[in-house]
Ligand binder design. Structure first.
Ligand code: ADP
Ligand code: MG
Length: 565
């Protein structure tokens, strides 16, 4: 006798639920997406106990009539596609017709819904996938779904839920992505009865970011210039230098309206921030991307969170260029009030040499075709512990000599390394250094890349290494410290480093070691420093993301002194 049996419907549903409903946050996501598909202008989310005890999602969307309210609980019942051909052009969040039956099969479920045009609403009560009651009920137009006791009938799954805090954090993080994807929809979220987010409809993404995370967060971001072409559109915000995080939780990428996880996009961001953030840090961002559907496959993951791109290079290039373009001119992003008539400086004596001669090519046609403001600075003086004071076209500028020097050294080293001629200098007496076993292994695996960066090292038995030559700009000083720093940086990268990471780690360490904070001897030298800095590709931040220059715009000064009307 054959061994194969068809699974009873309720068992099949529970199995399928495993894919759609991983944890409370996944059901919140499915329900909120349904509300968005229903055209809601407002959505209310409530949950208690990390969502495993109670979740409610209510909306003011199109609602359902009695027949649909029952039909939506059937597997593969959807109003969003009708044929296979629709699959390739589906723009709604859902289309599989799987979420509601799956959720209802593993919880105590209540649906209340009313179409605006009908007088009475419908209530459907389901437990473990079985419809227990259907009745007419008074209800506001729209839909409310309550889910209680998730996995009550699957104790094994319930055991896999984490603590309340963890589950609540997943819910809230998931909602962050959704609300950033939909600024024009109002959201309210309560956790255990307490409002954790109350977001009015926002006119723009900037306003939504501010409402959600506060003005302080918005101030850490640079708006990128909207891009349109090559079958895609890109807009949004990326981190200012220095605003990275050890995790990617604040990297929000919204592709065709959906928050997604896409390694190809993360890679482009990583490259754009090379030499702007500490190693191991990821830039925060909110990116909105629209792409022709033929280039995106969002059907690779049951909850559609992970997407695959058919031609990632185009998007990667656009993201890289846009982020870089924003990074090279962060000062332009300072509040721009109409420029008042230029006031003569009161406290600042006319500098003896006038305008610092900057090289002609400061208008910077950069490698990637981005130009920075053509800018002139008057040298005013040097103050404190290594600051230059300059006057630019738009305001007073303070320059940190050490940060500037690190940036200049870093870029020149990276250039030399890329061109294959990073100068190296032999040590008079080779240094013999013992380093921890794990770091030793990383170094030994990358001797060739280290050599390309001018760092000649040989294994010397055990965990000992012999340093023969150093990158020239490191001078002869502290070969041991340099090696330790490079090795530690490779380890901090937290995975097998690529060759390029190794070379960057060397450039970073050398520039940190060799950077000067010495005040230039005279104005000509100061001018040279400013000129070199402005010729850098990313002049406004040190390789670890510290600012090199801070501007106080004239408009800001006028405001502070109460001159502005
Ligand atoms: P899908 O979203 O893939 O179509 P679901 O199981 O999530 O599948 O939902 C099934 C159907 O129920 C939807 O296609 C839609 O017609 C209806 N529906 C679900 N939620 C709502 C809602 N909040 N408002 C109106 N209709 C809804
Ligand atoms: Mg759905």
């Amino acid at each position: 006798m054959g061994k194969i049996r068809l699974l009873p419907d309720d068992v099949a549903s529970q199995v399928a639920a495993g894919e759609v409903v991983e944890r409370p946050s996944s059901l919140v996501k499915e329900l909120v997406e349904n509300s968005l598909d229903a055209g809601a202008a407002r959505i209310w989310v409530d949950f208690t106990s990390g969502g495993s005890r109670f979740v409610s999602v209510r909306d003011d969307g199109c609602g359902m009539d009695r027949d649909d309210a029952l039909l939506c609980l059937e597997r593969h019942a959807t109003s969003k596609i009708r044929s296979a051909a629709d699959l390739s052009r589906v723009r709604s969040m859902g289309f599989r017709g799987e979420a509601l039956p799956s959720i209802a099969s593993v919880s105590r479920f209540r649906l209340v819904t009313r179409e605006a045009s009908s007088e009475a609403g419908t209530e459907v009560i389901v437990a473990g996938g079985r419809v227990e009651n259907v009745q007419e009920i008074g209800a506001p137009a729209g839909t409310q779904i309550e889910v209680r006791d998730l996995f009550y009938n699957l104790p094994a799954r319930r055991k896999f839920l984490r603590g309340e805090e963890t589950e609540a954090a997943h819910i809230v993080h998931g909602l962050h992505g959704i609300v950033l994807a939909n600024p024009s929809v109002a959201f309210e979220c309560r956790r255990d009865g307490v409002i954790v987010a109350a977001l009015p409809r926002a006119e723009s993404l900037a306003v939504r970011i501010r409402d959600l995370f506060g003005g302080g967060h918005l101030a850490k971001l640079l708006e990128i210039d909207a891009f349109e072409g090559d079958g895609l559109r890109l807009a949004g915000f990326v981190a200012r230098p220095g605003h990275g995080r050890r995790d990617r939780l604040q990297q929000f990428v919204i592709l065709n309206g959906r928050p997604v996880h896409c390694p190809a996009i993360q890679q482009a961001l990583r490259e754009a921030y090379l030499g702007v953030l500490e190693r191991g840090e990821h830039p925060v961002c909110v990116l909105h991307i629209e792409m022709d559907l033929e280039f995106v496959d969002c059907n690779v993951h049951p909850s559609k969170r992970e997407v695959r791109l058919r031609r990632p290079e185009t998007l990667q290039r656009v993201i890289f260029d846009s982020a870089r373009a924003a990074l090279v001119r962060p000062r332009e992003r300072l509040a721009r009030t109409p420029q008042p008539a230029r006031a003569e400086p009161v406290f600042v004596p006319e500098p003896p040499q006038g305008v610092i001669p900057l090289p002609e090519d400061t208008s910077l046609q950069r490698t990637n075709g981005i130009s920075a403001p053509p800018e002139r600075f008057r040298f005013v003086g040097m103050v404190g512990d290594g600051y230059l004071v300059l006057e630019g076209d738009e305001g007073l500028v303070l320059l940190d000599i050490r940060a500037a020097s690190e940036r200049i050294l870093f870029e020149s080293l990276m250039r030399q390394i890329a061109e294959g001629n990073a100068p190296s200098q032999r040590l008079l007496i080779p240094a013999v250094v013992d380093i921890p076993a794990r770091e030793h292994a990383w170094v030994v695996d990358h001797l060739e890349d280290l050599r390309i960066a001018g760092f000649f090292i040989e294994p010397f038995g055990g965990t000992t290494l012999k340093i023969e030559s150093l990158p020239a700009s490191a001078g002869e000083k502290e070969p041991e410290r340099l090696l330790h720093e490079v090795a530690a940086m490779l380890r901090a990268a937290g995975r097998l480093p690529h060759g390029r990471d190794v070379r960057e780690a060397v450039a970073r360490s050398v520039s940190r070691l060799a950077a000067t904070e010495k005040i230039p001897d005279d104005e000509a030298r100061a001018g040279q420093l400013v000129g070199e800095l402005l010729r850098c590709e990313l002049p406004y931040a040190s390789p670890s993301g510290r600012p090199t220059m801070i501007q106080f715009s004239f408009a800001e000064l006028d405001r502070k002194f109460g001159r502005a009307n």
